[in-house]
Design a protein around this ligand. Sequence first.
Ligand code: SAJ
Length: 401
Amino acid sequence: MKACFMGLGYIGLPTAIIAAKHGVSVTGVDINPKVVEMTNAGRLHIVEPGLEAMLQEVVKDKTMHASTAPETSDAYFMVVPTPFKEHHEPDVSYVEAATRTVLPYLKEGDLYVIESTSPVGTTEKMAKIIFAERPELEGKIYIAYCPERVLPGNVIYELVHNDRVIGGLDPQSTEKAIEFYSQFVQGTLHRTNCRTAEMCKLTENSSRDVQIAFANELSLICDKAGINVWELIDLANKHPRVNILQPGCGVGGHCIAVDPYFITAEFPMESKIIATAREINNYKSFWCAERVQNEMLKFELKHHRKPSVAMMGLAFKPNIDDLRESPAKHIVAKVMQSCNDADIMIVEPNVREHAVFKLTDCATAYEKADIVVFLTAHDPFRKLPWREDKIILDFCGIYKK
Ligand code: SAJ
């Protein structure tokens, strides 16, 4: 079996490699020649533990190669980004461009799958484009939607072991897609239609966003009420049917802070909780930045000098080096804009250097700072002793008690 993966990013590349490892003959396609070149040289352009060795294996035994153009295959997978445009409207132009690229290669009996997170109705929309250009294929190819669910950092395990939802344009398409994924997925493959599968992906990430917003809202209430939010959540979670997530300095990454907008853009009247959750999680980052700015001002008034401030963490979640859409990064940028020459030290133990931010090592910054701001709960920060002589703004629960 030959498969073509359109897009060699955080999901497309690992999926292509795992499929190749399970005997599928894979062409990985990317518009970026540098990505193609690196992939063919057995080098990863993303960070994912264990994946590079696997890439080298499949490149060496020629089960996978990369190219800037597709090749005739039996199955085609769209794994390209779906960002949003102005006013948070989903942008499916990359999915459409990838679809148009594979159009001339499609033949009777082929499977076409969208994996990219997509607004409801995208699979049907792409089917229309395909059949408008290739009417002879109507009813003769299989079209399905199958979203991924993997957590960066644990991709190899989760790609194989997670359950997946597979929704075809018709039941035959669902079965054909199930047949493909069965080659490497050990989790259960759940059958549905394409609209439900599209909505399922959006629902999973919106559900998490809403739950985090609840925790963030509690943190704002507790701050006013003089209650330790971490202790409160720990205690409330002792109830057998309560499971509150953790507050933080906002929600980042490319998924949870984006996907809910795919629902609110299309169903603005109905998606009240989902829209409000987004607002709360965005507001939490503004609130954190303002808290830092206020503390700096208070310090200056009291001590008649500007404070040294340590901003601890830039990544969008603990123990990773991924700074994409990171609330911590936005907070640091906002504080720096208004710092009036105060000494701001930035600490990110998972990154060696950064083009915009000058980084300071953890121990030096902590020792030197008058104000310490914890933005990301990286493990090394948890080893730092509590210091009574410093002003500590702990937005991510480093010192829960
Ligand atoms: N966060 C909190 N409090 C929490 C948990 C997370 O503030 O209690 C924040 C994190 O700090 C981070 C953001 O939420 O800024 C997102 O982190 P995450 O670990 O919740 O999720 P992602 O974005 O790394 O991955 C999510 C996962 N989806 C769900 O858990 C429902 C993953 O399974 C998906 O595959 C991925 O989105 C995706 O690609 O859609």
